[in-house]
Write a protein that binds this ligand. Sequence first.
Ligand SMILES: Cc1cc2nc3c(=O)[nH]c(=O)nc-3n(C[C@H](O)[C@H](O)[C@H](O)COP(=O)(O)O)c2cc1C
Length: 729
Amino acid sequence: MTISIWRYSHLALAVSSFLFITLASVTGIILSFKPITEKTQSYRSKDFDKLTVAEVISQLKKSYIDIGEVTIYSNQFVAVNGTDLHDQSGNFYVDPATGKSLGKVGKENAFFQWVTTLHRSLFLHETGRIFIGLTAFFLFLIATSGTILIIQRQRSFKKFFGKIVKDGFAQYYHVVLGRLMLIPIIIISISGTFLSLQRIGIIKEQKITHKVDFDALKTVPKRMVSDFKVFKNIPLSQIQSIEFPFSEDVEDYFTLKLNDQEITVNQITGEILTTQPYSNATLLNNLSLDLHTGRASAVWAIMLAIASANILFFIYSGFVIWWKRSSGRIKNKYQSDQAAFIILVGSENGTTFRFARAIHEQLLKNGKTSYIAELNDYKIFPKAKQLLVFTSTYGQGESPANAKKFISLLEKNPQNHSVDFAVVAFGAHAYPDFCKFGYEVNNLIAHQAWAKPLLEIHTVNDRSPEDFNRWATLWAQHSGLQLNSISKLLEAKPIKKQQFEVVGKTVSTHIETSFIIRLKVKGRKRFTSGDLLAIYPANDHRERQYSIGKIGKDIQLSVKLHGGGIGSGFLYNMEIGQVLKAVIIRNEHFHFPEKVKTVIMVSNGTGIAPFLGMLNQYGEGRNIHFYCGFKDSASFAIYENALQTDLPKLTKLNIAYSRAGEKQYVKDLLAKDATFICEALNDGGVLMLCGSLAMQNDVIDWLENACQQFSKQSISFYQSRGQVLMDCY
Ligand SMILES: Cc1cc2nc3c(=O)[nH]c(=O)nc-3n(C[C@H](O)[C@H](O)[C@H](O)COP(=O)(O)O)c2cc1C
């Protein structure tokens, strides 16, 4: 089954029941306070667990002249319905150890009573009970489909509780809290469904009747109640109620409702007259009541309140996720058979539509006929001049839901004239199969006889507007179009920035200027090496990200000064003492693997930055091998000084100079240590890559071969186990 069937089921169930679920959750939260408030009253005897029925009855006989029934509530309060020595009749809480009255059993709180009726039947009697029963069952189905979605998202059952890739607040916490609250919610929903089935009468209640053989009743030997063997053997904690004999006649007897059966006891001899075990339905009903109401435990009642509050959060976050997805809905001015520009979008969560729409609107502004649709709507476009495909990748490098049919449609519907095409692949480096579906689509279209490539495939990491703008500018040039406000269209909400003071700067004397800049965080913010610092050099939407090395409490960045580079130029011109505004972005997939024995760090150029920090933070007593590449010793010099103090922490440092000496690249150094690297990976070691994408491609190609030869494994085997971490640019 595909991810989308479960997703649609999850959504359909949630939409059809969210009003009732909201009501049941709100009333559920209120009702969970009932057992909590009861627990705070002092009617429970501290000896409750030690007492037997014989002890309790003999104590009660001292304080009451007539007893009808003794009831033991789930909260372990004991109540007697009878008449005491002062001729006071009624229902009293008693201390079972002394038989003393603790106060009259009051009427149930009217507010809780009202909420209970609303929670159980919406004041609609039988019909309301059916609705509530269905709501509980729907909640169970929503929890089940949600569980399957989490398993699919995590790629296997084993990784159910594994790390979750952050994909927006609502989505992230929908999954995180969904996992945490799964068991309580499933318990609430199953027990709620069961109780409703019983109240509606689908599960029949057990009717217990005791068939006492009155002819066989004995009147000897006469015993004191406190000497009844059966009463001595039953602890109070196993009792729900004790019905006392109506008169002193031998035909009247004690009826004891225990937790698992009902028994009757001769009031003169103390022998057991009849035994009626509870049916499974009765046992399940009692268990469901305990679990659904929290009546037996204040701790569980608190858990129920938390789970109910979480259900409300799931409704909210689910709505946000749905809203984000559906905000990508399509409006078209021109029909598909009129348009010269066809934009097809593959998107699971709707964000790719934002980018596609920006281009669509630009085309319309330029007076072009543009048509935008989902990839699944691919067909013959009679007037198409350009086919632009924007698609994300999901699952394990799979297509998003609205692009599942594209590949078969492409083969079935060849265009009848030549069409230029370009593919923009949206993905995230956090996933091992970066933009895989985009590449697949690009390949397939390229093989069509009618298709003429307009531009190379372009990737957009993590919805980066910069990545996208680069493509848009290039595309506009090739298409002879004017781009005005793409960035405005893509503008995200204002970002909350933090202040950072420049506390150090070291500039390389090499002709290709690189520099190290140190920043002190003003205020409090947690970060670690491998996180990213996003700066906004022109104080507009333009963002530049730098990999952070954490040295002491400071941020250390390594930057290469690019002629005309707005980010590097901005940082280069900062003086010590000046303050800049920036944002720390958590980049969890590139954090140092603290629990791993061997770590192999590979970098070129300024990609050394996070590793300098990692060595400083975690280098002590570990097996760290560092392979770094520079042009020559002069370009390494600036980092050599920075490395000085932490150098002894390294197991081995390997430096490749591409323009001096043997003229080699990091890949060549790795190739020399191929056996060590493959063995380290097989042994659970981690290889971390930071630097240029060209270096990344080189190293990954080499590693693929090396792994195949050495261990007959593809590199994706290690990638999917988090053993090859990359942060290249
Ligand atoms: C569950 C899940 C799986 C993903 N799998 C991949 C993947 O295999 N490769 C990749 O490059 N990106 C992957 N991504 C990242 C998305 O492709 C990326 O966030 C994209 O911008 C989402 O676009 P959309 O909102 O239009 O679907 C995945 C995201 C999620 C939430």
